[in-house]
Design a protein around this ligand. Structure first.
Ligand SMILES: Cc1cc2nc3c(=O)[nH]c(=O)nc-3n(C[C@H](O)[C@H](O)[C@H](O)COP(=O)(O)OP(=O)(O)OC[C@H]3O[C@@H](n4cnc5c(N)ncnc54)[C@H](O)[C@@H]3O)c2cc1C
Length: 345
């Protein structure tokens, strides 16, 4: 047994809306869960792809912002105190001889779980890469796809790639603190908030930073260290920019990744499940939300919520086969209300 192994009833892989609601449905039945996501914050596609967009088909919420939905789900599951393990992709999942499951993340967090729910959506989100020869060797050091500590960038010659909100936010944050800062975007139009673009252009006009329209072409390396990057400009010429650190914000794309290697039956990059338990081809491993497929499947949040409710009952039966199951209403069940930390009048 690994020294840091966490023993738990359930591990949920994926903290998108369906993974979060799975916590709730399990919690109502008195089952605890640890929830893991490769992203730094919960919310899946809602948070990563369309946080400010309105959703109109969540029952009883005529309109709800995507991030607002995630915030509401987080509030709803709060009474169950789920333990989050964020910024960690799950790499390994297999059934052990004793019928329990081994789950391991890329950072080495290891679980011994009675059941597993895969709520992996369209896969784990990965940053779109710079796409320049030799870049891999510098990734995580001189070439970064996320900034954990802004102060590490202070006093450095920086080149930032991208035209969305992340690229512009970091440009504005670092322009006054870097030794030099150049923003490179492949087009004249930006996807970022217009106010951020206006502020950036004011910094360019004031000579505090530079802006180029073009794409990364090659790296300039001296004695194993990154010292510059050559950009092919849209207008045809090439320019080499001094760069101690290159920040790349080309957005994220989903990758089914390790899920495809866990020996589970797949159909068109989705996990085949039954519609009674939402169980995969391996008993004890369930799948809810966009990651699963069955006849008539529709990739909607609403569908994932229903799947999570039925999967919770199936998981309870898997963990405690002798336990008698009966349906209780949150409106009237003292047990559920105790779990929720509420009392009805
Ligand atoms: C622009 C847009 C608008 C939409 N509008 C609507 C709408 O109006 N109504 C509606 O019902 N649906 C809508 N959808 C679809 C909806 O967002 C999805 O159905 C929903 O997000 C699926 O939730 P999920 O929890 O299954 O997966 P996701 O939201 O995709 O979350 C899955 C999570 O699993 C994580 N993950 C995957 N693999 C691993 C791994 N190996 N290790 C760790 N973490 C992993 C991912 O990082 C991700 O955070 C929209 C989608 C888009 C893109």
């Amino acid at each position: 047994m690994a020294a840091s192994e966490i023993t738990t009833e359930v591990v949920i892989i994926g903290a998108g809306p369906c993974g979060l609601f799975q916590v709730f449905e399990l919690g109502l039945l008195g089952i605890n869960a640890h929830i893991v996501d490769s992203l730094a914050s919960p919310g899946g596609q809602c948070t990563e792809l369309y946080p400010d967009k309105p959703i109109y088909d969540i029952p009883a919420l005529p309109v709800c912002g995507a991030q607002e939905l995630v915030d509401r789900l987080m509030q709803q599951i709060h009474p169950f105190h789920p333990q989050f393990h964020l910024g960690q992709e799950v790499m390994e999942l297999h059934r052990k001889e004793d019928g329990r499951f081994h789950v391991r993340t890329v950072t080495g967090t290891t679980f011994d779980a009675g059941a597993v729910v895969i709520a992996g959506g369209v896969g784990s989100f990965q940053p779109r890469r710079l796409g320049v020869e030799g870049a891999e060797a510098f990734e995580g050091n001189s070439i970064r796809y996320r900034v954990r500590e802004a102060s590490e960038m202070h006093g450095k010659h920086l080149v930032i790639f991208g035209g969305g909100d992340s690229a512009l936010d970091w440009t504005l944050e670092l322009a006054q603190k870097a030794a030099s800062l150049t923003l490179v975007h492949r087009r004249a139009e930006f996807r970022a908030a217009p106010a951020s673009v206006a502020k950036m252009k004011a910094l360019v006009d004031g000579g505090r930073m530079r802006l180029f329209e073009g794409m990364a072409q090659s790296l300039l390396i001296d004695k194993g260290r990154l010292c510059g990057i050559t950009v092919h400009e849209t207008r045809g010429s090439s320019v080499t920019l001094e760069a101690e650190c290159v920040l790349v914000f080309f957005g994220l794309h989903p990758k089914l990744g390790p899920i495809a290697e866990w020996g589970l039956e797949l159909e068109k990059k989705a996990l085949k499940v039954d519609t009674e338990k939402f169980q995969t081809s391996v008993p004890g491993i369930f799948a809810v939300g966009d990651i699963n497929t069955y006849p008539g499947k529709k990739k909607l949040i609403l569908s994932g919520f229903h799947e999570a409710a039925l999967a919770a009952f199936a998981i309870q039966h898997h963990l405690y086969p002798a336990k008698k199951q009966f349906l209780q209403y949150t409106t009237t069940s003292p047990v559920m209300q105790k779990r929720l930390g509420v009392t009805s009048p």
